[in-house]
Design a protein around this ligand. Structure first.
Ligand code: ATP
Ligand code: MG
Length: 424
């Protein structure tokens, strides 16, 4: 029988790589908590209509990328392609906006039917934050800063923050007209997607990755010149705050985000380390979204950061450094030593925060050291017949390859205490 593989575009994450994921998720949580954001967890699937309304029917996501299926009761369901729509749905369902502003973060998988390649998967993971109820540029800065902190914490210094404003209901129609006037004469030369979208949503053409659209996108009018006064003031305030906090950015007038519900601020973090999929984090303000999903008009701003792409950047910065050694490999040579080692390992696992690895098989010492290397253990505790006789055990530092002989007390707890003391 042929073994079964994971679906295309999905990944298994196994040790030691999973440790990188654990650390990254812990850093995301730590930063979000420092900013006063609490975690929200929503279902992996929702009614299809939620994404049609909350992401937008002319987006790539809704037009091409959703995993939609009928359940046994013939309801149309979709595996979440992003996490903002579900977050808003939950806020409305539990009436949380009535309590005032909400600051939330999420970490979890999303699903998009895309052509798999480096940095582009069918199941991937996002860390995201959402701040609801605060219309001022202070909230935009707060959100941008969360992503910037994470990037700084990992020392990724080639990351660039791109910033733009896509206006609001007052000035966007003017910009729409300007774009229509610009693109219409070239309609036949545009990509199929752009031809289809021109009349419905010409802003989306700016976001096109199709080479046929590129020359016309390059010459398109910029929104910055057409912003209404309040949108301009918001953008200026945001820039002032970023300057004051010394967060570097470039204004990128071509930046529109893939989702329809953005208003005013849009931003992205990009990195050359990512190759073709250069965006690691995308976000912005979406003051119309909550109302579009049937809630009270409520401003919002947030971002989604792709964790797979983030780890690609981290690895590009760190290179192939050997893993940090930590913990202890417990090694018994012979049956008598094995019996003594079991309670010692148990005591270590109780007392010590570092991992205690034990491989209970009867192996030669060199084979045990290979296991220790695979575990990236820093220390080895070695117990054989000789040591039992002398009431000692050997503690080897696997980093510098030196041995110490330490007393083997009769109480396992005492041995554990000696080990912890000798290794700190
Ligand atoms: P792209 O332009 O690369 O398709 P997007 O605009 O569709 O990105 P968003 O919907 O803004 O992406 O999602 C936020 C982040 O999630 C992206 O910046 C990226 O890091 C990550 N992301 C999006 N799609 C994928 C995918 N298929 N695989 C892995 N990560 C992804
Ligand atoms: Mg996309």
């Amino acid at each position: 029988m042929n073994p079964i593989s994971a679906p295309r575009g999905t990944q298994d994450i196994v040790p030691p790589e999973s440790a990188d994921w654990n650390r990254l998720e812990a850093e995301c949580r730590d930063i979000a908590h420092r900013f006063g954001y609490g975690e929200i967890r929503t279902p992996m699937f929702e009614a299809t209509e939620l994404f049609e309304r909350g992401v937008g029917e002319t987006t790539d996501i809704v037009e091409k990328e959703m995993y939609t299926f009928r359940d046994k009761a013939d309801r149309s369901m979709t595996l979440r392609p992003e996490l903002t729509a579900g977050t808003v749905r939950a806020l409305l369902q539990h009436n949380l906006l009535a309590q005032g502003p909400q600051r939330l973060y999420y970490i979890g998988p999303f699903f998009r039917y895309e052509r798999p390649q480096a940095g582009r998967y069918r199941q991937a993971n996002q860390f995201g934050v959402e701040c609801f109820g605060d219309a001022g540029a202070e909230a935009d800065v707060e959100v941008i800063q969360i992503a910037a902190r994470l990037i700084a914490r990992y020392g990724i210094d080639d990351a660039v923050l791109h910033l733009n404003s896509v206006g609001d209901a007052t000035c966007r129609p003017r910009y729409r007209e300007a774009l229509l006037a610009h693109f219409r004469p070239h309609l036949a030369e545009l990509s199929d997607d752009s031809q289809r979208r021109l009349e419905r949503n010409p802003l989306r053409i700016l976001d096109s990755k199709d080479a046929r659209d590129a020359p016309f996108v390059r010459d398109a009018p910029t929104f910055i010149d057409l912003l209404c006064e309040p949108c301009r003031a918001h953008f200026d305030a945001l820039r002032g705050y970023l300057d004051g906090l010394e967060i570097a950015y470039v204004v990128n007038p071509r930046l529109v985000r893939g989702l329809d519900y953005y208003t005013r601020t849009v931003f992205e973090f990009t990195s050359a380390a990512l190759g073709a999929q250069s965006t690691v984090c995308g976000g912005g303000r979406y003051d119309g979204l909550v109302a579009a999903l049937g809630g009270p008009p409520t401003p919002g701003v947030g971002f989604g950061l792709g964790l797979e792409r983030f780890l690609m950047m981290v690895r590009a910065v760190a290179g192939d450094r050997p893993p940090l050694r930590r913990g202890l490999q417990a090694i018994a040579l012979g049956e008598g030593a094995l019996a003594r080692l079991v309670p010692i390992v148990s005591a270590l696992r109780e007392r010590w925060t570092q991992p205690t690895f034990a491989d209970w098989q009867d192996r030669k010492l060199t084979a045990h050291f290979k296991v220790a290397d695979r575990n990236a253990a820093r220390w080895a505790l070695i117990l054989g017949d000789q040591e039992l006789e002398a009431n000692e055990f050997v503690l080897r530092d696997l980093d510098v390859r030196t041995d110490r002989r330490l007393p083997l007390a009769s109480s396992a707890a005492e041995v554990a205490r000696v080990v912890v003391e000798a290794t700190t």
